[in-house]
Each structure stands twice: as C-alpha cells, then as structure tokens.
Design a protein around this ligand. Structure first.
Ligand code: ATP
Length: 456
C-alpha cells in the first residue's frame, strides 16, 4: 500500500522562475500516474523531489501520510529507473540486479577469517591439481613433470577469470564451511535470498540467460530491462521512471511500453512515470497529469484529457496530430453562434453544440476554437454547415493521410482514412460535431465548457 501526495510543492532554483509552482497531486495506491509535458515544464524536478534528489523550496510530500519531504533518498523505499539506465559497466547483470539488495556486510574480523579460509580452499585446490598432474605426468609421460599440472591449473585459472559463477561458488562453499563463525549464517541466508530474488526478477523480465553478461554485451532494450529489474528487485513502495524508453528505437519502444504496462499491473506498485511523449502517457497512464510551465494544467484519465481538455495547451499537446486551434471573436448572428476569424471569415459553431448557453457571457470576447484532425468529416460537396479551406500539402502516414489546410490564413490539419488524391490548391469542405468542438478563453486558455475538470 502506497499513496503519494504532493502538497503545495514549489521548487525554485536560485532566483529563476519556479521550476514547479504550488503543485498538488495525489497518486493513489497501485496507480500508474504519468506526468507529461514539454521540455522544461518541471516533470523531472517533481520526480526528483519525490526521490529525495531535490528538496522542495516549500510544501510537503507524504507517502502513506508519512512526511518524507526531508528524508534522505535511501530511507524512502522508492526505486527509480533513469533514462540512462545507470547500470554499473564493470558488473554482470546478476551483480547489477543484486547491488541494491546488498546491505548486510561482514565485519572486518569476519572478512579476515573468510579470506584466510578462501586462501586455504585455493591452496587445497591447487594441491589437488598438483597431485593429479603429478600422477598423470608420471604415468603418461613417464617422467614427473609439470605438463598436466600446468594444463589443469591454467584451465582452472582461465575458468576462474571467465566464469564469475565459479568464483562465487567457491566463495559460497567456503562460507558454508565457515558456518560456525558468528554472523556468517545470516550472511549466507542473505546471499541465498539475494540469489532467489535475482532469479525471480530475471524470470519476470525474461532475462535469465543474460545474468552473466556485462552491460556492454546487451542491446538497448535488454539494458532497459535490467534497469527496470534493479528497481523491481527491491520491491519498493513506489517506482519512479524518468523517460525510461527514450533511448530505444521506435519499434522497441512500442513493445517495451506494452511490457511495462503489463509489469506494473502484475506488480501493482504505485508508479510515477515522466515523459514528454504524449502517446506514451496516453497508453501507460491510469491517470495523466499534463504539466506546463511548472503547473499541472489538467489531471485525468487519458480519455478525459483527450475528450475534455481543460485548456488550449492540453488540447494542443495531447493528440497526434494535435488539436487544431483557431483564434477569433465569438459572435452571434440571430441564433447562430460563430467565430469571426477575420473580417468576413467565420466558423459556425455546430448547431448540436451541447452548451450554447454557457457561451452567451463570452460573446464579443476573443476565444480559441479547437477541433481534432481525426474527428472531422470531410465532405465531397459544400453545404450550409460545412467549413471550406484550401489544401496546401498532404502527408501519407500508413493507413491514413494528413491533409494540411489553409483555413482563413491559419494552418489546420485534417486526417482522412485512406489515400484519396487531393490537388494542392483545391478547396476542401469539412465539418465536425458539436460534441467534438472545444472552446477556450483566448487570454487564460481555459475551457469555456462546464466540465468537472480536475488539476489535483
Ligand atoms: P525535460 O523533459 O527536458 O527533462 P523537464 O520537464 O523534466 O524537462 P525539469 O528538468 O524539471 O524539466 O526543469 C524544469 C526547469 O528547471 C527548467 O527550466 C530547468 O532549466 C530548471 N532546472 C532544473 N534543474 C535545475 C538546476 N539544478 N538548477 C537550475 N535550474 C534547474
């Protein structure tokens, strides 16, 4: 169980504008929360404050109602996955995974005894090689010499260097042998526990066959899995992920994204994930917090944020291609509400717009009308409710085409399934429904609609 709460958090670096301002955010137990926003909006700073790598200027952060604002990172029971993976290059995958778990160490006298015992074990081993080599040399080469002894010893030394497992097993054997020494028993239990956890984690992430490799022998995707493994092996209260997929190529990013979502739902660990990629946010987050200039502009499920953007910024940020935003003055002719874009150029507000009464107070004001490229209906002929623009460019993106249109001097994009030929410079007629029309105040950028928006 882990519920995270940011209470009125502000972070200011020097005399600059605050990187994060009065941030309130509650992440519920087991939730996958995504912080999304453009570069420099304060996402990483927010994440680092939860990790304990930055201290808020004001405000508090609680985990399960315990104030952790000033607790050092190691005492927070929070694990972080970085964009750079941050793996130790000289360690094997097994050791990288185990690293965070190794907190029980031997005292100096225990280490001295274990080292002496190791020395004894190696001396015994070499004595056995020597005896065996001596016998073979005497009987096969018929002269006591060093040929077999050297060959056996050399093979062992090579194996000892190449296979860290061999070293471990010898050490383990010596430790077992030293079980009577106080404290060694606990240490062995800990090693066994670590080995079990490493195996379980490797199984979950399907990296069992990579355990003895070093990071440089892994692909980007495999490194990313190990980095995730290092976080999950600790079974922390909270996972923090800072753009963990951004170093992967597009195809791998898609498949790893799906794996991450599956993993989080299996482990049920409260997660805060930071990305500037809105597709990642929409596909991974149970809820997403859209940040801009240090504040959360909207918090909601992916569907709420997509269908009911609270601000023009959110409408423009979420969706690919982004929502078309056209500025103009809200006017009324008879019963018809219109946006006057230029002198003599109007966009009619669809007659099925659900909240026309809400707009009455804004008549005469500068507003922004938003409509999504994929929600327009392209018409073959003009009608009284259609909007007409001029095709400036088309772009095929697999199963559909993006049509760039000049609409009264502004560029808008329309998305159409398939690949109909369209002449540059030709007229195009389209419409969108009232339910898919978004209106925002031009100055504040806030929606004129009366949805139950949330920013906390
Ligand atoms: P990106 O996606 O590019 O990583 P971000 O949304 O994570 O961006 P932050 O890294 O949180 O943004 O930075 C927010 C603001 O705080 C930026 O203007 C940045 O320059 C500033 N900032 C971050 N860390 C420091 C620091 N240590 N000292 C001074 N300014 C900082």
């Amino acid at each position: 169980m882990a519920k995270v709460k940011f209470n009125e958090i502000t972070k200011q670096f020097g005399t600059n504008k605050p990187a994060v301002s009065n941030l309130n955010l509650e992440i519920t137990d087991k939730e996958f929360m995504v912080l999304v926003g453009p570069s420099g909006c304060g996402k990483t700073t927010t994440l680092r404050m939860l990790a304990g790598l930055e201290t808020p200027t004001t405000g508090t952060i609680t985990v399960d109602d315990d104030d952790i604002t000033r607790l050092p990172p190691k005492d927070r029971d929070i694990a972080m996955v970085f964009q750079s993976y941050a793996l130790y290059p000289h360690m094997t995958v097994r050791d990288n995974l185990a690293f965070g778990l190794k907190n029980l160490t031997l005292s100096t006298p225990q280490k001295v005894i274990v080292s002496l015992l190791k020395l004894l074990a190696y001396t015994l081993l070499f004595s056995v090689f020597y005896a065996f080599g001596y016998i073979l040399d005497s009987f096969i080469l018929r002269s006591p010499g060093v040929v077999f002894f050297s060959a056996i010893t050399l093979s062992f030394v090579i194996a000892w260097i190449v296979y860290p497992e061999l070293r471990k097993n010898i050490e383990y054997f010596v430790l077992k042998f030293s079980i009577g020494i106080p404290g060694i028993h606990d240490y062995i239990n800990q090693l066994e526990e670590i080995e079990t956890r490493v195996k379980q984690t490797a199984e979950i992430l399907e990296i069992e066959e990579l355990l003895n490799r070093k990071p440089k022998q892994l692909s980007g995707g495999q490194r990313q899995r190990v980095a995730v493994g290092r976080a999950i092996i600790r079974d922390p209260k909270v996972f923090l992920m800072d753009e963990p997929l951004s170093n992967l190529d597009a195809k791998l990013r898609n498949s790893t994204r799906a794996e991450l979502a599956e993993l989080q739902s299996k482990l049920q660990t409260t997660t805060l994930y930071v990305t500037h990629d809105q597709v990642e946010a929409m596909t991974l987050g149970h809820r997403i917090a859209v940040m801009n200039k240090g504040v959360i502009e909207q918090l909601g499920t992916p569907s709420e944020v997509y269908n009911k953007p609270r601000t023009a910024f959110v409408a423009g940020f979420i969706g690919a291609p982004p929502t078309n935003l056209v500025k103009g003055e809200l006017t009324k002719q008879g019963k018809q509400l219109l946006i006057r874009v230029n002198e003599g150029s109007f966009i009619k507000i669809p007659s099925d717009y659900p909240n026309p009464d809400l707009l009455e107070n804004h008549i005469g004001n500068e507003v922004i009308i938003g409509f999504r490229p994929e929600q327009v209906e392209i018409l073959s002929i003009k009608d009284s409710n259609s909007i007409t623009g001029t095709v400036t460019f088309t772009e095929s993106i697999g199963s559909s085409t993006i049509i760039f249109v000049n609409l009264f001097g502004s560029e808008v994009r329309l998305s159409e399934i398939g690949h109909k030929p369209r002449k540059i410079g030709s007229e195009i007629h389209f419409r969108f429904s009232g339910a898919q029309t978004h209106l925002f105040d031009e100055k504040s950028g806030i929606s004129l609609e009366n949805h139950d928006f949330s920013v906390h």
